[in-house]
Design a binder for this molecule. Structure first.
Ligand code: BGC
Length: 893
């Protein structure tokens, strides 16, 4: 059995008692002012930082001399260095009696030299793609090849300014840039202090709103915007979110969240973009480009493998290197390519080492291989040690070790570690530079960047909350995404769109408002009325909430339709009752019964109906299955609408002959009622597609929630399914799903013809050797930024085909391109590698162009540590889902 905090070498290293002051800035200066350790050292070696954290510490016999003391906490500590020699002959200095939160320990002391990664990381852009500023990203393209923006020059310029700003900062000042002021000690959920001309940061959730603020928009969740498969909407939502954060004075908006939905019941899946790395990556990419175009820093989270809420701080996600690269890390690579300013490391352990203490993931993969130039912040209280800085952590949030503990792993401890030479001052410079550079990079130094004008901890404090209204007309985007993200799963006997029905009955509490208003639960931690958000930090306050009842009634009024309802989920019985007004009587006689059901989940710190974040099961909440069955027993035109955080088992009713239509409406935000009315009445012809598989049985999914563990135990979650998550598993094992990934119907029909695929010439002569190497089937050599290299991501194969609208209604088709690797690659049978969004009026035909890059065709070679083409013939399919392929081709390699 393993126990928390006893795992990684780094987390065993000293935790020095910091100042008890509530502000990290005073903690930093007070601890250091009394520190008398040896002066800081300059980086001694020229190796890249992966060696900086090598597990064999460099000789440190002279690392700490004499005693170091701090009386700031009231418990002065004195340490005497002792040198001993290990069996391999390395001299190691230990400091005895270092007080920690858990008592005095004796630990090895060492020096960790550091050489910063080069800036800019990427080779100069020779591909003819635009060198861009994050405020002016390339235009979004829905049905053509994507531009590859080159942010390297913008980063380089920002680094110059940042280096110059901090050049005469003291150690304490630089430490302050990296250390949050402590939980609830500022106006935002995270705050860093001002240091001279640098104003410090306001960091604020969430991926769908400005959390804890008023007069902001409650956007559809990530899962819903992903279900649109529409890059334009992803970008627009990102830009509007960014604008609202900026308007409130937020510097860093804590999103997008891009964990992968490995487990169907995962509590936070709805914050993310579904169960496919490619779709998640593209959704994150567009969201970040949008957010940062508005001038706010985005934060790609949670890095990495934070796939379940249960025991989230005590779960070791054990993931093999190939799966990590191809699945879980991929959206972060796309985030880096979108120029993301910050990344948040996660609570869990990755292969037995805490994610925020993980040299492999932060230094080696993110900073070296991906060439990430921004900074890594911890999730809230996820920092594990001061030496996490050596492993690549740049900022600790919210600053204190635990909320309100009054101490910090950074702050005074980091100051001391730099002064006594344990942590190289070059590393501290690097941390501060990255943070300040991110601020310059999105031009937050411009005069006129709003100061924080809300109070996350007290909305009603007139002294700090300016009640600035930042909503503009963003409700329009919300309404459109809600409709475009709704997935039509079943539509028989022309049930939809509704065509001036005479009388309808609306059934189920999910159609109605909650009893005490849209914000009746803190952080939305409850399920009452229509579900338009999950719960946890990934939420916001609704400014208002249009229910399905409201949206439908407004439409019904135009048609003169009679509307009846019953919102009592336990009050619909199949036997007509004696009361002529009860729902069972009413349901018998209406043209259509619209039944609304839901399923909720969220973050671990709130328990709703015994669901501690993750869902306990995959069934509808509040008697939902019976609400459908009991209504369908009475009405032969029962139309089911589902608002769900993730997959449900729909077997109890999906084949019921009276269930004529099903709309999977996801988690749609403040306009949920209007969005669903638009779909039901055909104002919006459904075009959404599932972003996960809906299975017939829970056990059909490849991975299940691990709900074990007691006390401080670390539980192991082995990702034994490897590359085979979601549809990849169903395909490989030939398991028939109820609805496959990518599935979704329309009110019109489409025809696909004229498939062609051709190789396009490279524009990058300078990288010819690398290209030839790759074409030879060899792994691309690893280097700074090698995984983000432009030659690897430029268009390599162009695929074209025609789509025609063959039905009677205008509509949008989402063609999907799936790659079938040669058998030698040992990949899943089909993997998504492209999609488009094609709007067509009846009879209209359009040519669609999708491109594949060398990266898209590669596998991660764990031996050679690079991207490699597989040996053999590559084929591909284009079609309407991960199983409905309409065109097939072979790649001309
Ligand atoms: C969540 C993060 C969030 C942070 C700040 C944590 O509990 O995991 O996603 O950004 O809190 O609220």
């Amino acid at each position: 059995m393993k126990y928390a905090k006893l795992l990684s070498l780094l987390s065993l290293l000293p935790v020095i008692s910091a100042a008890s002051s509530s502000s990290a800035s005073s903690a930093a200066s007070s601890a250091s002012s009394s520190a008398s350790g040896s002066s800081s050292t300059s980086a001694a070696s020229s190796t890249s930082s992966s060696s900086a954290t090598s597990s064999s510490p460099t000789s440190s016999a002279s690392a700490s001399s004499g005693s170091t003391s701090s009386s700031a906490s009231g418990s002065a500590w004195v340490s005497d260095s002792v040198t001993f020699t290990t069996i391999s002959g390395t001299p190691v200095t230990t400091v005895s009696l270092v007080p920690t939160e858990t008592g005095a320990i004796s630990v090895p002391f060492s020096k960790y030299p550091f050489t910063p990664f080069p800036t800019p990381t990427l080779a100069p852009n020779l591909l003819g793609y635009p060198s861009v500023d994050p405020l002016e990203p390339p235009p979004v393209r829905s049905d053509g090849p994507q531009d590859i923006p080159d942010f390297a020059p913008a980063w380089a310029a920002a680094y110059e300014k940042a280096k110059s700003m901090i050049s005469d900062f003291s150690v304490e000042e630089k430490v302050n840039i990296t250390t949050g002021v402590g939980w609830a000690k500022g106006l935002c959920v995270g705050n860093t202090p001002p240091v001279r001309d640098f104003p410090g940061f306001c960091l604020e959730d969430s991926p769908l709103s400005v959390r804890f603020a008023d007069f902001v928009t409650a956007f559809p969740a990530g899962i819903t915007v992903a279900s649109t498969w529409n890059r334009e909407l992803m970008r627009q939502r990102g830009a509007a979110l960014g604008k609202e954060h900026k308007g409130k004075g937020v510097n860093v908006a804590l999103g997008p969240m891009m964990n992968m939905g490995r487990i169907a019941a995962g509590g936070r899946n709805w914050e993310g973009f579904g169960a496919d790395p490619y779709l998640t990556g593209e959704s994150a990419y567009e969201t970040i480009l949008g957010m940062q175009s508005s001038g706010v820093q985005a934060c790609a989270k949670h890095f990495i493998d934070n796939e379940q809420e249960h025991f989230r701080t005590q779960v070791s996600s054990n993931v093999d290197d190939r799966t990590q690269h191809e699945l879980y890390a991929h959206p972060f690579l796309r985030s880096v390519m979108a120029g993301v300013a910050s990344v948040m490391c996660s609570y869990n352990l990755v292969n037995d080492s805490y994610a925020c203490n993980n040299d492999k993931m932060m230094n080696d993969v993110l900073k070296r291989e991906y060439g990430f130039q921004g900074y890594v912040m911890s999730d809230w209280q996820a920092t594990e040690s001061t030496l996490s800085a050596v492993a690549g952590l740049d900022m600790t949030m919210p600053g204190d070790v635990t909320f309100d503990s009054g101490d910090s792993y950074f702050g005074g401890n980091l100051t001391t570690f730099v002064h006594n030479g344990t942590i190289a001052s070059a590393r501290l410079d690097d941390m501060a530079t990255r943070i300040v550079a991110a601020w310059y990079y999105v031009h937050q130094d411009d005069e006129g960047y709003p100061a924080v004008n809300f109070n996350a901890f007290n909305n009603y404090d007139e002294a700090t909350n300016g009640h600035v209204n930042v909503q503009e007309d963003h409700y329009k985007i919300v309404r459109e995404i809600g409709a475009a993200g709704a997935v039509l799963l079943k539509n028989e006997r022309g049930a939809l769109p509704l065509n001036k029905p005479k009388r309808i009955v609306i059934v189920g509490e999910d159609a109605a408002p909650g009893l005490y208003g849209p914000n009746e639960f803190a952080d939305q931690g409850g399920d009452d009325g229509v579900l338009a958000m999950g719960w946890g930090s990934g939420t916001g306050n609704f400014p208002y909430l249009i229910t399905p009842l409201e949206g439908i009634q407004e439409r019904a009024r135009k048609d003169g339709t009679g509307v009846f309802w019953n919102f009592d989920n336990w009050g619909i019985t199949p036997e007509p009752g004696t009361n002529p007004n009860n729902a069972s009587q009413l349901a018998l006689v209406q043209d259509a019964a619209l039944v609304f059901i839901n399923a909720d989940s969220g973050e671990q710190y709130i328990n709703v109906d015994s669901n501690e974040g993750d869902r306990q099961n995959l069934t509808a909440w509040n008697n939902g299955d019976n609400v459908v069955l009991n209504t369908a027993a009475l009405n032969n035109n029962t139309i089911v609408v589902v608002h769900s955080v993730g997959p449900l088992i729909v077997e109890p009713w999906i084949d019921h002959p009276n269930v004529t239509a099903v709309v999977w409406a996801n988690i749609a935000g403040q306009e949920v009622g209007n969005s669903i009315a638009d779909v039901l009445y055909g104002e919006y012809n459904p075009s959404g597609k599932l972003v996960y598989t809906i299975a017939k049985r829970p056990e059909d999914y490849p991975a299940q929630l691990n709900d074990g563990g007691v006390g401080q135990e670390i539980i192991d979650v082995d990702y034994t399914e490897g590359l085979f998550i979601d549809y990849r598993h169903f395909d490989a094992k030939n398991i028939e799903p109820r609805f496959e990934f990518g599935f979704g119907l329309s009110y019109t029909s489409f025809k696909y013809t004229n498939l062609k695929a051709r190789k396009v010439g490279s524009t990058d002569d300078a990288e010819n050797a690398l290209i030839a190497n790759w074409e030879d089937g060899k792994a691309t050599p690893i280097a700074e930024g090698s995984s983000a290299a432009l030659w690897l991501h430029e268009p390599y194969i162009k695929v074209t085909f025609d789509i025609q609208n063959t039905g009677d209604l205008a509509g949008t088709e989402i063609p999907q391109l799936y790659l079938h690797y040669p058998a030698s690659a040992a990949e899943p049978p089909s993997v998504l590698r492209g999609f488009a969004n094609v709007k067509l009026v009846p009879n209209q035909l359009k040519k669609v162009e999708l491109t594949l890059s060398r990266y898209d065709l590669s596998v991660w070679d764990v031996v050679d540590q690079g991207w490699r083409k597989a040996e053999g013939v590559y084929t591909f399919s284009v079609g309407q889902s991960s199983r409905k392929f309409l065109l097939k081709g072979t790649l001309p390699l």
